[in-house]
Design a protein around this ligand. Structure first.
Ligand SMILES: [Zn+2]
Length: 248
């Protein structure tokens, strides 16, 4: 099992959030450095580029440790013009990566594919986005995709993805949309709390967990409703056609 360092509670963030149903691709990057980690990269991004948010959701260190830097619904700065629609994963290295890193990438790309409901063909390298001119990610993505799961072997991306095209993907986990629609904080942290309340252990935001969380929130909204105003409760009950009874 991959070692995960969760940095999400302390990473600086000044970009917008998005609905995770907007994510159409998982982008692979390399750091183009031999060493480094979130803090050293963030220092560079802040000083040189003036960024208030990091470039990647996840960073895979040389020993295969994964730094989780941002939630699935946070927009990072991986590929200019595409960021609202992509999930960025970076391997530390300059065109050459360790076996531990590749193993971790496979695991994390598969996790992200499940979260966003994407096929292996949607896992693409930075330089496969049209309009980019970079050597990143420093690897032939066909060999990377061939190792990823839907059993179809190598996938050739003949049409460079375009951020403006509508993804032909069905994302079943609309918990984020549903919560936002109902005026409830849809951040990962709050969903984690809700999941715990509904008995969903070890919430990591997988498609399966999101589906079951959505179901729980719809069927048993009572706990979700705690701490909400009466005005909100009224709106909620009308919108969702449920009867709200306060028993405690
Ligand atoms: Zn890149």
């Amino acid at each position: 099992m991959t070692n995960i360092q969760d940095l999400r509670a302390r990473t600086p963030f000044s970009n917008n959030r998005r609905s995770i149903s907007r994510v159409t691709h998982i982008a692979r990057h390399h750091s183009a450095t031999e060493q480094g980690n979130f803090d050293s990269f963030m220092d560079h991004w802040r000083r040189v580029r003036g960024w208030g948010t990091g470039g990647y959701h996840e960073i895979i260190l040389r020993d295969g440790t994964v730094q989780r830097c941002y939630d699935y619904d946070q927009i990072t700065n991986g590929v200019a013009n595409y960021n609202p629609n992509i999930y960025n994963i970076c391997l530390v290295g300059n065109g050459s990566f360790t076996a531990a890193q590749e193993k971790a990438f496979e695991e994390r790309a598969e996790n992200a594919r499940k979260v966003f409901g994407l096929s292996a063909s949607r896992v693409i390298g930075h330089n496969e986005f049209s309009g980019t001119n970079t050597s990143c990610p420093g690897i032939n993505m066909n060999t990377v995709r061939a190792r990823l799961g839907d059993g179809k072997g190598p996938v050739h991306v003949s049409n460079p993805p375009n951020a403006s095209t509508t993804p032909n993907v069905t994302v079943s986990n609309s918990i984020v949309d549903w919560l936002s629609k109902n005026g409830v904080d849809s951040s990962f942290a709050n969903r984690e709390k809700l999941a715990a309340q509904y008995g969903i252990a070890n919430y990591r935001g997988t498609a399966e967990q999101n589906t079951s969380l959505l179901k729980s929130c719809k069927v048993v909204p009572v706990k979700l409703l705690l701490n909400q105003s009466l005005k909100w409760l009224r709106k909620f009950s009308i919108k969702n056609m449920v009867m709200v009874t306060i028993t405690a």
